[in-house]
Write a protein of this length. Structure first.
Length: 972
């Protein structure tokens, strides 16, 4: 998690085989370790008992034996025991997490994805949950079932069943939601003791760099709204990690996300390695893995200094741990050979015991680490000090350096990634959507993680879906959120798979988990159903199968060729004639709506669309356009049954005003905020209003990637810290600069303001007062000029707002202003998380809504009352507003996610539980945005040609943009 502002195809059988072999080898090795560990422990104990019985009687130097000798020898032996699962674990009939009173449950006729055989096994069968575990799976012992009391039977009727989703990188409960000052426990910025350094920050504060003694367990908030939401997305287990502000941020914690009868953080833990009150291992349950956070690169760097400082902090810390370990080993050597007079106290240091444990191979190290330089540093450190890294997290450049990973000590770290998000900071600039595919082709383990609340872990499965879309094989994509993380955290003996004896963490899905909008119908944790009354949407039949995703081989190769930054400008632009063949549908703008202008049966290969200088000049069955009037040779593009749809519009993120969020020099920056400080007279003082057009940045990777994904228009408003933002601009995401033909679609689109709770702003009531004042015509200069247009209903006023109360005040304000001006005010709400609570009021007031983001999440108090949607509630904010005839559009928050707008609207429609036509869905991110913001003349907007499917589906790929505005066709 950032400390800076929160502000496709199966791989070859050979690699499968390789992975499977590695699997076996690992398992054999760990079985060996377990047996070896126990043999050691047993012989040692017998030996020490014999010695204690006989030694004193012999009256030799052994009479120096301290009275706690047995304890010391036991401690020495424990030092080298490796984490393991007790031998009788699989014979358990009940889970240690079993909750009394849980009914046994039989799920029949499910299509089971078990996670076994490298994620390739699937079969139809039954699953019996009993005692908090999967008691039986496949062909169930019916006689046993008949003897069970209070059996609950669920007929899956062929629905997909998977293991619970495992999120290997979460801050759930330590960075709480809604975010409040009182519950931010993710990072330590200060502490009483400084084992390394001390480093003094520019503010004169001492900074901790190595805080391995901190434990996420000690800060876990059990009242976070997100537990229930994440469970409703199928997440059953999370590794909660401390933040990345320190080189070593502390110890992570495995939790199951269900509520417990004890209601305590401790009760949520899964195989907690500590006994309740100490940092010592709990030997009763076998030695368990500890989890520890490390971080390199920008985040610890901002606190400590440079990368060189961070690396030294690691080496100094590991050197200290190594000294302690060596002293312990030497001590134990002496103790076990009876040289008691040469030794005194056992060398140990409570603060350092966890890091010593890393060197003893008993800790899973989770290393937040992005860039080649940092990955290389860490790999060198592992070889210098001889410990392994379980996984590199975030790890945006790992796909560029697989051999570096393979040279790490012990084994190559797994790689835990986002598939949707990149370029938010310099070290993620080379992040690629093809990273999961490339890493898996190199035999490295790929995991998708949320970094919750950076991404809402409820939608972790979506990360796997997008990784699959861009080329990760389906077996590995599902494993990436279930069995692979379970293995990497050392819990694959009980979670991450559907196998007999495993924890009863099971998800029943409404469609194939890799299909767009797959949503749980029910989620069981420890055999307990988590959703009281599941609200289930019937999904179309095609979603029951793995989507057939496009071939991205060429793009992936190019990404590697260009060291992560392949050129994104189209390589073929035609101002002449382009003929699209094999077209099944053509949708186009007509007035305020989208209409189908050509519709042929799927698979019908006769549809033809002829384009000249970016204009469609002929379309229909092949025979209609036979007389092709072309000057010069036409370019042919075979759409293989695909479609032509309107180019989509992205609004709401900083796309168009920034390259890299974390790098001020790559972005337009913040406009002066009149409620926060005095606006300089030279800017216009109190009469200033800023135009986004003047700060436009073309040619950003965000913009070009959006363009290549069919998001051809961006609308962006100036970035502000509060109330007044300024005038938005509409631009082409595919243009090279502002002066190119068609680059600017509309110089001034709307006036933008925001009403929000914030520490540095005056009250919400004062913000509404300022807005009233401006709407009553009291603005000066330019500001007054543009507000006059708003009050006359000639320009839209877009208000960024989330809380239902602030929205209600705006509805009142609109009525009040219109009562004095007699002009209808064009008011649009953006964000609008709680708008669904006032649908008829919004509809009656003729106000439009841009839902942003479309997947609501209670980040802050003013968004607390989200409409959670299925399976937690019937309908969504979108369906509620549509049912009340409100004009709704979909917006974005994050510029790197803007490219996925086509899937966002597809998802929104599939989840809404109401019937929405393809035309209406396309409108949500095109004509509706334009209408609500006031983009005129969009009749001549861009069109997007997709191969093998429609724009909204996982099986299609954007092949070309047809731009009449710019008089060209870009072919990708
Ligand atoms: C299992 O579900 C499938 C899919 O709905 C159905 O066709 C089949 O008849 C069911 N089998 C049984 C035994 O109920
Ligand atoms: C340009 O795109 C075409 C497909 O339209 C592709 O075959 C060709 O390899 C690309 N050329 C380069 C240099 O990427
Ligand atoms: C064919 O196209 C040329 C140039 O665009 C134009 O001058 C001519 O009139 C067209 N002919 C027909 C039959 O449309």
């Amino acid at each position: 998690m950032s400390t800076k502002g929160l502000l496709p195809q199966p791989i070859t059988g050979e690699i499968d085989h390789l992975l499977a072999t590695n699997d076996r080898a690992r398992r054999n090795a760990s079985t060996f370790r377990i047996i070896f560990g126990w043999v050691l422990l047993l012989t040692g104990t017998v030996f020490s008992i014999i010695r204690l019985l006989y030694a004193p009687a012999r009256n030799d130097p052994l009479s120096n034996i301290p009275i706690d000798a047995a304890e010391i020898l036991d401690k020495c032996r424990m030092l080298n025991v490796q984490p393991h699962t007790p031998a009788n674990f699989y014979e358990r009939k009940q889970s240690d997490r079993f909750q009394a009173g849980t009914n046994p449950t039989l799920i029949t006729n499910a299509t089971i994805w078990s996670g076994r055989l490298n994620g390739l096994e699937q079969f139809t069968g039954d699953v019996l949950l009993d005692g908090g575990i999967i008691r039986d799976i496949g062909d169930i012992d019916r006689e046993f079932v008949a003897r069970l009391d209070d059996l609950v039977t669920i007929d899956a009727n062929g629905a997909w069943l998977s293991p619970g989703v495992v999120d290997m990188h979460s801050h759930l409960g330590v960075h709480s939601n809604p975010g409040l000052r009182g519950s931010s426990d993710g990072n330590s910025h200060h502490g009483p003791v400084l084992p390394v350094g001390p480093f003094i920050s520019s503010l004169g504060r001492t900074i901790l760099t190595v805080t391995q003694w901190m434990r996420a367990l000690d800060g876990l908030n059990t009242h976070d709204d997100a537990y229930r939401l994440s469970v409703s997305g199928g997440v059953t287990t999370a590794l909660v990690l401390p933040g990345s502000a320190n080189a070593i941020g502390g110890q992570g914690l495995l939790i199951k996300l269900r509520p417990t009868t004890e209601r305590s953080p401790t009760a949520m833990t899964l195989e907690n390695p500590y006994s309740t009150n100490t940092s010592e291992y709990d030997p009763l349950h076998g030695l368990r893995w500890r989890q520890m956070k490390h971080a390199c690169g920008e985040n610890p760097g901002t606190l400590i200094g440079t990368r060189m400082d961070t690396t030294w902090a690691f080496r100094q810390a590991y050197d200290k741990a190594r000294q302690i370990k060596n002293a312990q080993d030497a001590y134990c050597q002496k103790a076990s050979t009876g040289k008691w007079d040469e030794i005194k106290d056992f060398p140990e240091d409570y603060q350092w015991e966890a890091l010593v444990d890393v060197l003893r191979g008993r800790v899973k190290v989770h290393n937040h680490c992005y860039e080649t330089v940092d990955l290389d540093d860490m790999v060198r450190i592992t070889n210098e000090f001889k410990f392994s890294i379980a996984a590199f997290h975030h790890a945006h450049e790992t796909y560029l350096v697989p051999s570096t990973l393979k040279s790490a000590y012990g084994h190559p770290p797994a790689v835990a990634l986002f598939s949707t998000k990149a370029r938010y900071k310099r070290e993620s600039y080379r992040g690629s959507e093809f990273a999961p595919k490339i890493l898996s082709e190199n035999g490295l383990q790929v995991i998708m993680k949320s970094d919750h609340p950076v991404l809402d872990s409820r939608y972790l499965l979506y990360e796997a879906q997008i990784a699959h879309y861009f080329g990760l094989p389906p077996n590995l994509a599902l494993a990436a959120v279930t069995s692979t993380p379970a293995e990497v955290i050392g819990e694959d003996h009980r979670i991450g798979f559907l196998k007999r004896g495993y924890d009863a963490d099971v998800v029943l899905w409404d469609s194939h988990p890799l299909s767009l909008s797959a949503t749980p119908k029910q989620v069981w944790i420890d055999g307990i159903p988590q959703i009281k009354v599941p609200h289930v949407v019937d999904k179309p039949a095609f979603l029951q199968n793995i989507p057939k995703t496009p071939d991205f081989e060429r793009e992936a190769r190019k990404t590697l060729e260009y060291d992560g930054l392949p050129p994104l400008l189209p390589n073929h632009t035609s101002e002449g004639t382009v003929v699209f063949t094999n077209v099944s549908h053509v949708y186009a703008r007509k007035g305020d709506s989208i209409v189908e202008v050509l519709g042929l049966r799927r698979g019908h290969d006769n549809g033809i669309v002829q384009v000249q200088r970016g204009e469609i000049i002929c379309m229909g069955e092949a025979s209609t356009c036979l007389e092709l009037n072309t000057t010069g040779k036409p370019t042919f593009v075979n759409l293989q049954g695909g479609s032509i749809s309107p180019g989509l519009v992205t609004f709401g993120s900083n796309l168009g005003l920034e390259d890299i969020q974390g790098e001020p020099s790559t972005k337009d920056g913040l406009v002066p905020a009149p409620l926060i400080s005095k606006v300089p007279a030279i800017v216009g003082g109190d009469g200033a209003i800023i135009r986004a057009a003047d700060g436009l940045q073309f040619f950003t990777r965000h913009a070009l990637l959006a363009y290549r994904s069919g998001i051809t228009t961006g609308i962006v408003a100036p970035q502000s810290q509060g109330l007044l933002s300024g005038l938005s601009v509409a631009f082409s995401t595919g243009s090279e600069h502002r002066l190119k033909k068609g680059a600017v679609v509309q110089n001034v689109v709307a006036v933008h303001v925001a009403i929000s709770h914030s520490d540095n702003l005056p009250s919400v009531s004062a913000q509404v007062a300022a807005l009233r004042n401006l709407l009553l015509g009291n603005g000066e200069g330019e500001l007054g000029y543009w507000f006059e247009k708003v009050t006359k209903g000639k320009l839209s006023l877009v208000v960024d707002v989330h809380s239902a109360d602030a929205i209600a005040s705006l509805i009142e304000l609109k009525r009040e202003i219109e009562g004095t001006t007699f002009h209808p005010l064009k008011l649009t709400l953006s964000g609008a998380t709680e708008s669904y609570l006032l649908p008829s009021e919004i509809s009656d007031a003729d106000i439009g809504v841009i839902l942003r983001p479309i997947r609501s999440f209670p980040s802050s108090w003013e968004m607390k009352r989200i409409s959670p949607g299925p399976p937690l509630s019937d309908g969504t904010a979108l369906s509620t507003l549509l049912a009340h005839k409100v004009t709704v559009a979909v917006g974005a928050i994050d510029p790197s996610l803007a490219r996925l707008t086509r899937f966002d609207v597809g998802w929104a429609a599939l989840t809404a539980g109401i019937s929405v036509s393809t035309e209406e869905v396309l409108a949500l991110a095109s004509v509706n945005v334009e209408k609500l913001l006031g983009v005129s003349g969009s009749q001549s907007g861009d069109l997007v040609a997709t191969q093998s499917g429609g724009l909204l589906e996982f099986n299609s790929k954007v092949a070309a943009v047809i731009s009449s505005r710019r008089g060209l066709v870009d072919i990708f």
